[in-house]
Design a protein around this ligand. Structure first.
Ligand code: ADP
Ligand code: MG
Length: 552
């Protein structure tokens, strides 16, 4: 082969290696963190995201922002995944997790510049993260399931600074009620808490209904408005006579034959309804349509029927009433029916909906969220989601921490001591990790328009003096005891954020070679290349975000 270069990659693929690859990935990761940083904390700002079809989302929620941004840089995506994991595991802390990941990358960059090897940094970071989780576990306070007051504080803290702010105390009570209502001995499934959004009215008109609300009306005006002690049938099909698949022509020679034909159809419908009557159904939720004739029979039998019930609603109804969704009316049996103490049509916000209440079997509740406009209600829903998540997490783990940057400041302090005990080059990485965590109190201060250096100095000295709960009051700028202020978060919000942020940062740091196949080229480019296709480039779909340009 001699000196002949051997080409193993296709002509279209592009390869970046060594320091270039590292710095390109770090830059992308940092840019993602930078893009959500200003939303952190009670005084964080919101983002308006506009998609290609003109849809608008206004939000303060980290994971929502990143999802809507449609990022396609691979390293940037690893940071986005941090927020997704956080959302799945806890429901809150998505911005914090990403901001920490970004700062870990930033600190690592400095270490790389002073020739600390990436593997050493990775090791130091991992050690620091382990130690941090250990410290938090020790410092966290236990909270019992009956400590309603703390649960409400936790629910309210997760809603701070979001669209729900104005009514957060009242909403926090509803959230705690909702989670407690669906919690049983060993499991809390917040899927059983549904949220029904109603545009109109104020946020503080929101309420909690024990049961399920279906956004439909009864199909026929002659049916009852409400039924007490209702046996509920759930049917995932149509109460109609099946049309033939093939176009058939029926030739009738005299009017009697036509009548027979129609009678036959009527008979089939009558049989379906009879079946429902036989098993004792008082209310029927049907997934598909209901024939006029069937409606008429049902009404005559005093059955309340709803058509075109969404399959999600059918499932929820099944869970709540203890019934079973059947796909063929002929097969329905008494056992398949669920039960609700009351089913009725009620007006909320000028819209009629079916309320299925006093459900017996499973626990199921619906939060009726109200708000002035659709965007407001949507954002309140996201805040409620976070809030449901933290209450659930607290009940599961039973441990809480103060918020407002208190745990991060404490960790930074203790990790610096720990670093001294480790020594070697890892010490530098652990110190860098400690510095990185302080990005949370620093950002809380910055976003509140405070001098971040003053705030940090204040926080550090109070923690030095042994005040674990000292955090930043974003409204006054004072450093105060967060427990007293009622700013409390579940332990897992912090441990999960540290864990995923560390893993993502380490993963990015360890990459020293990016090989992009032809098609991927646009998304792995480092942003400074003339060959980029229009609109593509380093951060792919992030082009529309204000402020991203500066971060690149
Ligand atoms: P995330 O997506 O990370 O939850 P948030 O915008 O909800 O982002 O901000 C969470 C941060 O705000 C946490 O560090 C939390 O402790 C802090 N925080 C919440 N309420 C207060 C408050 N009243 N005062 C100070 N800090 C607060
Ligand atoms: Mg939050």
């Amino acid at each position: 082969m001699g000196n002949q270069p051997m080409i193993v990659l296709s002509e279209d693929s592009q390869r970046t290696s060594g320091k270039d690859a590292q710095s390109m990935n770090i830059t992308a990761g940092k840019a993602v963190a930078e893009s959500v940083r200003t939303t952190l904390g009670p005084k964080g700002m919101d983002k308006m995201l506009v998609d290609s079809s003109g849809g608008v989302v206004v939000t303060n929620d980290g994971v929502t922002i990143l999802k809507e941004m449609d990022i396609d840089h691979p390293a940037a995506n690893m940071i986005v995944e941090v927020s997704e994991t956080q959302e799945d595991e806890v429901g809150d802390g998505t911005t914090s997790a990403v901001v920490i990941a970004g700062e870990l990358l930033d600190q690592a960059e400095e270490l790389l510049d002073s020739d600390v090897h990436a593997t050493t940094i990775a090791q130091g970071y991992r050690q620091a993260a382990e130690k941090a989780k250990e410290i938090l576990n020790e410092e966290a306070t236990e909270v019992s399931k009956d400590d309603r007051e703390t649960l409400v504080k936790i629910a309210a803290t997760a809603m701070t600074g979001k669209g729900a702010e104005s009514a957060k105390d009242q909403l926090a009570e509803l959230v705690v009620d909702a989670v407690l209502a669906v919690a049983d001995e060993d499991d809390i499934d917040t899927e059983n808490v549904s949220v029904e959004k109603v545009v109109g009215g104020a946020i503080d008109n929101s309420e909690l209904v024990e049961g399920v609300i279906v956004d439909k009306e009864r199909v026929n005006d002659n049916m009852p408005y409400a039924v007490e002690d209702a046996d509920v049938a759930l049917f995932d099909g149509a109460l109609e006579v099946k049309e033939t698949e093939i176009d058939a022509e029926v030739n009738v020679t005299d009017p009697d034959q036509l009548q027979q034909f129609l009678d036959q159809e009527e008979k089939q419908l009558r049989e379906m309804v009879d079946k429902l009557v036989d098993v004792g159904a008082d209310v029927v939720f049907v997934g598909d349509g209901i024939d006029d004739m069937a409606q008429h029979y049902l009404a005559k039998e005093g059955i309340l029927a709803v058509r075109r019930t969404k399959s999600g609603d059918l499932k929820r109804l099944a869970r709540a009433t203890g019934g079973r969704v059947v796909s063929n009316v002929d097969d329905i049996e008494e056992d398949d029916l669920g039960f609700a103490g009351s089913v009725g049509q009620k007006d909320i916000g000028g819209d009629e909906r079916i309320f299925v209440e006093d459900v017996e079997e499973a626990k199921s509740v619906t939060l009726i969220l109200r708000g002035g406009t659709e965007h407001v209600v949507d954002e309140v829903e996201r805040a409620i989601d976070d809030s449901l998540g933290v209450v659930r997490t607290t009940l599961e783990d039973g441990k809480v921490l103060p918020g407002g940057g208190a745990p991060e400041t404490e960790l930074a302090l203790q990790l610096r001591d720990f670093a001294d005990s480790v020594g070697g080059r890892e010490q530098l990485a652990i110190e860098a990790f400690a510095d990185a965590l302080e990005v949370i109190p620093r950002t809380l201060a910055e976003n509140a328009g405070l001098d971040s250096i003053d705030s940090l100095v204040d926080l550090r000295s109070r923690h030095d003096g042994g005040e674990f709960g000292a955090g930043l009051d974003a409204y006054t700028g004072d450093v105060i005891d967060m427990d007293e202020e009622g700013v409390v978060e579940p332990l897992r919000v912090k441990t999960q954020a540290i864990e995923s942020a560390t893993e993502a940062a380490v993963m990015i740091l360890r990459i020293d070679d990016v090989i992009a196949a032809g098609d991927l080229r646009a998304s792995t480019d480092d942003g400074g290349d003339d060959e980029m296709p229009p609109g593509g480039g380093g951060m792919g779909g992030m082009g529309g975000m204000g402020g991203m340009g500066g971060a690149m």
